[in-house]
Design a protein around this ligand. Structure first.
Ligand code: G6P
Length: 591
């Protein structure tokens, strides 16, 4: 995700800002930029790639400035697209985190009034909007401009002629760092911790003005007081947002990731180009690891909602197969966009003349260059090796694709989308119950084997749950279709092999209860992951991980988050190296 830094005080702003941006490098970025006020003009540098040594850069002397690390979302990584962005006269500079969902219409409107744009970003519209509203008071202009914005934003703005910074926040974090005679503003605490540990967390709707003697915060046009808090963490802790591991932080980011991905693709209509799917006879998914499990969920969704036949293949196996030449759409899912096997499968499909769609989290990654079409997930960089929030973001995109090309009546699709909009809140409720899940994890942390089972859409959820557990806890865990247990795995059951059952209240429910009885008869302890309205289930199992009720088709979202927490806490209790499991890599660029 992008990072923001702003400074006003007595030091050289360029040095403070560049060193603070380096503190945000762990979040991942592809380009960066800084603006400093010098006399009555702004000096700006922008670069693609890593920052490197702070001493390499020296802007004109000045004590007010802003900076940004960009992780591309709208427009490729380039100097032109890097922030800060400016108005037509280079008087106003803006850095921005978040997504402006109505930027296209704002851009057209501004262009019709003569504004010239130089970048492909959504951010640039903010600079031009502020320019239109500016009548000598930057704070007033920012307040008026943000009224026009839809989506999410954390922005910091400066003007060439005034010694001040103005910031605004809506659904994207911003924190003021309070120093002695100097003030900082940043998207994340680590950026300011070298200078101060006294911070103020801004709230949604806040607009703040920082100048040489202090700061003022308004909300809804009225001045408000916000508490100064002392950060008790070291820089390293702060990078993880106070969480013990990046993986836990990323699991907790799931609600925001769902919101951001929905914001990008779902307004009144689903904003996915239907031409990608025009005239296709079937769909073939290719992927590896967690992304492969997302594909399996996608198969259920697309076949269920559209009737279009779907196949799913491990990318590494597709390379040996001889697919029939037809009007197949090949969909490569890869969070990194760099997995060698998936790229090879996509290249092979292209050579065979098939249309290729990439679903990826990384703008400009190799997958985006191989594919004919790209749909981005909006999960932000993921640092933990085991995929969590990127998986949930992949699922969201698959729900939207299935809904977009669905042959079901519009009212049914509207119901699905309505419930999809409730998912962030439901995931938050699961995260609120983390202690309950952790105490169940405590009971099972000492086992060496576990089975995960599911039926229908619960089956890929079981596979992904087992993968998470084995990756980070080193417990041998296998995912199985519940109906297949009797064809082999029954031999492994017993009191030393707990079974996690993903129980969905759809047409598979009765059969699942039957399978659970069979498992219990073989003395395996059973943990069910189930909807909270399911009153029956506790009669059949030893433990229940409950998730807020939702429609069966959406349970992969809620159940998977619960199973991410379950695996995480088992690994934590076992003292494993959770963020960097042995022998595994985040991006596997060899076949
Ligand atoms: C590696 C990672 C997994 C990931 C898989 C596929 O094995 O450790 O977490 O699921 O690669 O990665 P991709 O970037 O293609 O989704």
């Amino acid at each position: 995700m992008c990072g923001i830094v702003g400074y006003i005080g007595f030091r050289r702003a360029d040095q403070v800002i560049i060193s603070a941006l380096k503190r945000l490098e762990y979040r991942g970025y592809d380009s960066w930029g800084v603006a400093v006020k010098h006399g009555n003009s702004l000096e700006i540098i922008k670069r693609v790639g890593a920052i490197g040594d702070v001493e390499n850069y020296s802007l004109a002397e000045g004590n007010v400035g802003i900076g940004h690390t960009r992780w591309a979302t709208h427009g490729k990584p380039s100097e032109i697209n890097a922030h800060p962005h400016t108005d037509c006269n280079n008087q106003i500079a803006v850095v921005h985190n978040g997504i402006i969902s109505n930027f296209q219409s704002l851009k057209e409107e501004l262009e019709s009034r003569g504004h010239k744009f130089s970048s492909e970003t959504d951010t640039e519209v903010i600079a031009h909007l502020i320019e239109e509203e500016y009548r000598g008071d930057l704070k007033e202009a920012v307040m008026k401009a943000v009224e026009r914005l839809r989506g999410s934003y954390a922005i910091v703005v400066m003007h060439a002629e005034t010694e001040e910074l103005v910031a605004a926040r809506y659904k994207s974090p911003l924190v003021i760092g309070v120093g002695d005679g100097e003030w900082f503003i940043a998207s994340d605490v680590p950026a300011v911790l070298d200078y101060t540990n006294r911070v103020i967390y801004l709230e949604d709707g806040d607009v703040a003005k920082l100048w040489n003697d202090g700061f003022t915060i308004w909300n809804n046009g009225k001045e408000v007081e916000r508490r100064v808090e002392t950060v008790p963490w070291s820089i390293e802790d702060a990078e993880k947002g106070g969480y013990e591991h990046f993986m836990l932080k990323e699991i907790h980011e799931n609600p925001r990731v769902v919101e951001e991905t929905l914001l990008e693709y779902l307004e009144d209509d689903i904003k996915i180009d239907s031409r990608i799917f025009a005239g296709i006879s079937d769909i073939l998914f290719v992927a590896c690891g967690t992304s492969f499990h997302a594909c399996l969920v996608g198969k259920y969704l697309i076949e269920g909602l559209t009737g279009i036949p779907v196949r799913v293949e491990y990318a590494s196996e597709f390379n040996y197969s001889n697919p029939p030449l037809s009007r197949t759409l090949v969909v490569g899912i890869t969070q990194s966009g760099e997995t060698a096997d998936t790229l090879e499968a996509m290249r092979k499909a292209k050579k065979l003349g098939m249309r290729v769609l990439a679903i990826t989290n990384v703008l400009g990654s190799t997958a985006t260059r191989v594919a004919d079409h790209v749909i981005y997930t909006r999960a932000g960089p993921e640092i933990g090796v085991a995929a969590t929030k990127t998986f949930i973001a992949q699922l969201i995109v698959l729900y939207l694709i299935a809904a977009k090309i669905s042959s079901l009546p519009p009212t049914e699709i509207e119901e699905l989308l309505e419930e999809l909009r409730n998912i962030p809140q439901k995931i938050r409720q699961i995260l609120d119950r983390e202690d309950e899940i952790s105490s169940i994890s405590n009971t099972f942390a000492g086992y060496e084997n576990m089975m995960y089972v599911g039926r229908g859409i619960g089956y890929p959820v079981a596979l992904e749950g087992a993968l998470k557990l084995k990756e980070i806890s080193y417990i041998h865990a296998e995912g199985y279709p519940a109906g297949e247990l009797k064809h082999g795995p029954f031999a492994l059951l017993g009191e030393k092999t707990p079974v996690v059952a993903c129980v969905v209240r759809d047409k598979t429910y009765e059969s699942m209860l039957g399978n659970i009885k069979e498992i219990k008869a073989r003395e395996s302890p059973v943990i069910a992951v189930a909807d909270e309205d399911d009153e029956e289930i506790e009669k059949f199992v030893d433990y229940v991980i409950r998730t807020p009720s939702t429609i069966p088709l959406l349970t992969p979202l809620t159940y998977s988050v619960a199973l991410q927490l379950f695996a995480y806490h088992i690994a934590r209790i076992r003292g494993c190296e959770i963020d960097k499991p042995r022998n595994l890599a985040k991006s596997v660029t060899v076949e």
